[in-house]
Design a protein around this ligand. Structure first.
Ligand code: ATP
Ligand code: MG
Length: 313
């Protein structure tokens, strides 16, 4: 392998991902110019936690800056499941959504068709394995290939599923001890408060939608000849998602039950979410936050900006 070809990176399920010096290179697609415009726009708006896009190399590969830090993989290190990490990620995603809603980006030309009603551009695959940390603080969100104009909830569904985690007890990739519904509802509530403006039931509905989409997308891509997605099916990942979908639907069905809602006190959650007091470095509120922006082509229903930590009954 020559230095120009690069050092293969773990992952690259859809296509090879390699490191060359302080950059990451991967096969470009028709969506790459839109992703480049998104990352460049986000950084210009002050969201430093997204990698700099550096165009294409001489081989036609997409080039993005390397983000220093740790990208956790399954089985996740225990700190990934800290409340403070969930809050960091929620605030970072909120910063991305607020800034992206103000950018002038096209509705089409992304890897997936837009998800209506479009409110912003979503990352599309918010998960610990697409996040970079230093000392358990979030420093970067990577792997933007699945970015898509969508409602904000589109990202919050995967964030809830992956980071809470919304998985049955004993799940091999889930948060240890997070099986009991009251604990999962507590974490979902914390996520909604840290992001602002989402109630727990709405978030769990988005998680259902995320899993339904992930499963349907995997089967459709495999049927269309996508060998990488066929491999994930063969490896059992999609059956795992199907079991998790059942779990999340059951959780939702029990939402009205006092036993499931659990002994959650809003004050406890607020204290929790405020443990760090400020957004993680690189995710401070961008200057464009809550401004009307110029994104006519993306303009759609915009959720009211709520304080990241306030009492929810
Ligand atoms: N900009 C970056 N900075 C630091 N590390 C990166 C960066 N991009 C990718 N990586 C590392 O390379 C791994 C694979 O990259 P990436 O997440 O983009 O691909 P993937 O998720 O495996 O691919 P796909 O989603 O197409 O299956 C990541 O898990 C991470 O460890
Ligand atoms: Mg990835």
């Amino acid at each position: 392998m020559t230095p120009e070809e690069g050092q293969p990176l773990a992952g690259g399920h859809t296509a090879p991902v390699v490191r060359v010096g302080d950059t990451v290179r991967r096969v470009a697609g028709p969506w790459t110019p839109q992703v480049a415009a998104l990352l460049t726009g986000l950084r210009a708006a002050g969201v430093a936690g997204v990698p700099e896009h550096r165009g294409l190399d001489e081989r036609g590969r997409e080039v993005v800056a390397w983000v220093d830090g740790d990208v956790p993989t399954y089985p996740m290190p225990s700190w990934v499941w800290d409340d403070a990490v969930l809050v960091d990620v929620a605030r970072a995603v909120r910063s991305v959504h607020d800034a992206a809603a103000g950018l002038d980006l096209p509705r089409s030309g992304w890897r997936r068709p837009p998800v209506e009603p479009v409110e912003t551009v979503c990352h599309g695959d918010v998960a610990p394995f697409n996040a970079v940390f230093t000392g358990a603080r979030l420093v970067g969100l990577i792997d933007w290939d699945h970015a898509v104009p969508a409602p904000r909830g589109w990202d919050l569904g995967s964030l809830a599923y992956r980071f809470v985690s919304l998985t049955p007890p004993g799940h091999r990739d889930g948060r240890p001890g997070s099986g009991p519904p009251p604990e999962q509802w507590r974490r979902v509530r914390l996520l909604g408060q840290a992001y602002g403006g989402f109630d727990p039931v709405e978030l769990v509905r988005w998680a259902v939608r995320h899993l339904e989409d992930l499963i349907a997308y995997s089967y459709a891509e495999a049927a269309a000849g996508n060998a990488a997605l066929q491999l994930t099916i063969d490896a059992g990942h999609v059956s795992l998602y199907e079991g998790d979908l059942e779990w999340v639907r059951t959780l939702l069905a029990g939402a009205a039950s006092p036993a499931h809602a659990g002994p959650t006190s809003p004050a406890t959650i607020c204290a929790d979410s405020a443990t760090r007091g400020s957004p993680p470095p690189g995710w401070e509120d961008p200057p464009t936050r809550n401004s009307p922006g110029t994104g006519e082509r993306l303009a759609g229903r915009r959720k009211a900006a709520d304080a990241p930590c306030e009492e929810v009954p």
